[in-house]
Design a protein around this ligand. Structure first.
Ligand SMILES: Nc1ncnc2c1ncn2[C@@H]1O[C@H](COP(=O)(O)OP(=O)(O)OP(=O)(O)O)[C@@H](O)[C@H]1O
Length: 247
């Protein structure tokens, strides 16, 4: 079962952010989505979860329902002033079982605590989420994905503003998800990370620049083409750096 993009176009106020993209994400595979700032990467993920409606084309989820998809937005999109504890936030990962206002129950609490243990934050359960550092908060969001137990995991820049140790720990979870046969799709800017942990890459600049084996896709030539394509509609366009840094 794979996820297929059929000639997908998604626009904001009729300006396409994703333009005629076709291709497929294989079941159980880990794919990175790379490209310059403003290339439409986040827009693509939002279209995949149904938060944005395509102007044309479609996303064929091949039977995945919304409850089968765990989606991690960019941290900047999450309101951390919400008065909820770490444990409560992790428990919302069970929403597809408990309903939006439902109680998670003892089993749910235990599952959430186990997930927090797995991300190294067992002692943080009762703290307010506002009191966490960026890296700790990202660990909590990964714990939420663990309890959600989704077949398809979409991550938008999951290691942004996260230190090396936390990134390493969270990448271990990604490796575990791959072993468990889950499909992982992550927007990333670090080419070294992509090559090491994600066998396939979609390099995009509104349209597909290249899609396939990560090492081949992240060639200097393709990265240059991504920047050039983006330069038509953007003054500045950083892209995956070959040295692993955000160029
Ligand atoms: N809510 C919105 N309303 C209008 N335009 C938007 C909106 N969100 C994104 N855009 C525009 O759509 C384009 C693609 O944005 P998107 O956030 O998908 O890119 P991205 O590749 O994820 O970028 P980045 O690497 O900077 O996160 C950009 O030109 C952006 O300005």
């Amino acid at each position: 079962m794979s996820i297929v993009l059929n000639n997908l176009t998604v626009s904001y106020q009729r300006h396409p952010a994703v333009h005629h993209i076709s291709g497929r994400f294989a079941e159980g595979d880990a794919t990175a989505i790379c490209g310059p700032n403003g290339a439409g990467k986040s827009t693509l993920l939002k279209a995949m979860i149904g938060a944005l409606t395509p102007d044309s084309g479609n996303v064929d989820l091949n039977g995945y329902r919304r409850a089968d998809i765990a989606y991690l937005p960019q941290q900047a999109e999450i309101d951390r002033s919400m008065p909820v504890s770490v444990l409560e936030l992790v428990g919302t990962g069970l929403w597809h079982k408990s309903g939006p206002f439902g109680k998670v129950g003892r089993a749910g609490v235990e599952r959430s605590l186990a997930a927090l243990e797995q991300v190294g934050l067992a002692d943080f359960a009762l703290r307010p989420i506002a009191a966490l550092s960026s890296g700790q908060f990202q660990r909590v969001l990964f714990a939420r994905i663990l309890v959600q137990d989704a077949r398809l995991i979409l991550l938008d820049e999951p290691f942004n503003a996260v230190d090396a140790k936390t990134t390493e720990d969270l990448l271990r979870l990604v490796a575990q998800w791959r072993k468990e046969g889950r499909t992982v799709i992550a927007v990333l800017h670090d080419a070294l990370q992509v090559r090491t942990h994600f066998p396939h890459t979609l390099l995009m600049a509104r349209e597909v620049i290249a899609w396939g084996d990560s090492a081949a896709v992240l060639s200097e030539d393709n990265l240059r083409r991504a920047v050039e394509t983006a330069a038509h509609w953007q003054a500045q366009a950083p892209v995956c750096g070959l040295d692993g840094a955000r160029a």
